[in-house]
Design a protein around this ligand. Structure first.
Ligand code: FES
Ligand SMILES: [Fe+2]
Length: 346
């Protein structure tokens, strides 16, 4: 059964998605980006404002609203700063407990602890459970292994705002039907087309695929001139609800994740990192591959953005229509999984 199309533009559906889906398991970042104490990433999800930070006691997730007069403690985004509110200097320790309240009488402060949320690392990826329950990530290591992924520190990061519902981004990423039409100058040129060999498998909240070019567009020989054991293949995993990971030619890893801001606005954050085969190559070759990957990603994501934003206008209209085809089988799986979890939560 397809997802009810009203849920792409209605606030009530969005609110339920936040509590039933996103608060259960929410990818928050690459653990390699939280190496130094006081590095943080802060975001808003529904009515919660959260900061994930590296503390002396490990990586933690806290409510990011000051206990004094509700200022946001870590500004939304990423950076490195002391865990201290910029308004009147109230500061918090590695457990989210108030450690300093300048010019104040401690006995007048009753609430001294920021709420915290469980956070778990799996295969170098960080997930939090904003409902308060530990997120289930048992299938993540197997998924990473199947797509040949070793996560490391990113060499490039960006954010891109989409004026569309988050589900349109997911659906777009889960099908390669559009490659011949939307990505003529990118995927098509690199040998991946709508009719490439598409294998996929899904288990519960993990949806995996590999796309191999047809013999007529195969570039294995050229790629192996660069790296002996590389392959001409695109492997992809979607970890429901907000994480996408892909491996291009066993050289470059790509992680992107969505943060739904409201029913018609979604932030996509993405990063690229080198896979072991690329690390092993000479520095100038690595630099060339890195630069190509940045350009390729920027262009394809812009191409996709135009399309999903246009779909948002259509799907919000009274003429909306969706008729999924066999070639969009991963999207159908997403719809089934989504429906099961939304209905189950009612
Ligand atoms: S609001 Fe944070 S210290 Fe006053
Ligand atoms: Fe695309």
């Amino acid at each position: 059964m397809p997802i009810d199309l009203r849920s792409y533009s209605e606030r009530s559906a969005f609110d339920q998605e936040i509590s039933s889906l996103f608060e259960q398991r929410f990818f928050v970042g690459n653990a390699a980006s939280f190496k130094e104490i006081d590095t943080y990433k802060s975001f808003a999800l529904g009515k919660k404002i959260v900061t994930v930070r590296k503390t002396a006691a490990g990586i933690k997730a806290f409510a990011n609203v000051c206990l004094h007069r509700s200022n946001i403690i870590d500004p939304l985004g990423e950076g490195k700063r002391h865990f201290s509110c910029g308004f009147h200097g109230w500061s918090y320790d590695a457990n989210g407990e108030l450690s300093l309240a300048p010019f104040s009488e401690r006995s007048c402060i009753k609430n001294r602890n920021l709420a915290s949320f469980p956070i778990i690392e799996s295969g170098g990826l960080l997930f939090t459970g904003l409902s308060g329950a530990l997120p289930i990530v048992d299938k993540v290591p197997g998924a990473l292994e199947k797509i040949g992924m070793t996560v490391s520190a990113p060499f490039h990061k960006e954010h891109i705002l989409h004026k569309c519902n988050w589900k349109l981004l997911v659906e777009n990423i889960l099908e390669s039907y559009h490659l011949n039409f939307v990505h003529r100058n990118t995927f098509l040129k690199s040998g991946f087309t709508s009719t490439s060999i598409h294998e996929w498998a899904a288990e519960d909240y993990v949806n995996l695929a590999s796309i191999t070019p047809l013999p007529s567009t195969d570039k294995t020989t050229a790629i192996r001139r660069l790296a002996r054991n590389a392959a001409h293949v695109y492997r992809h995993a979607y970890i429901f609800p907000n994480l996408f990971i892909s491996n291009t030619n066993d050289l470059v890893g790509f992680i992107s994740h969505i943060i739904p801001l409201d029913e018609k606005t979604t932030q996509l954050s993405w990063e690229l990192f080198e896979l072991p085969q690329l690390f092993a190559l000479p520095a100038p070759v690595r630099e060339h591959v890195r630069n190509e990957a940045i350009q390729f990603s920027q262009t394809t994501l812009e191409e996709d953005r135009t399309m999903v934003e246009s779909c948002q206008i259509g799907i919000s209209s009274e003429m909306r229509s969706v008729q999924l085809q066999a070639i969009e089988d991963r999207v159908s799986h997403f719809h089934d999984f989504y429906n099961r979890h939304m209905i189950h939560a009612q």
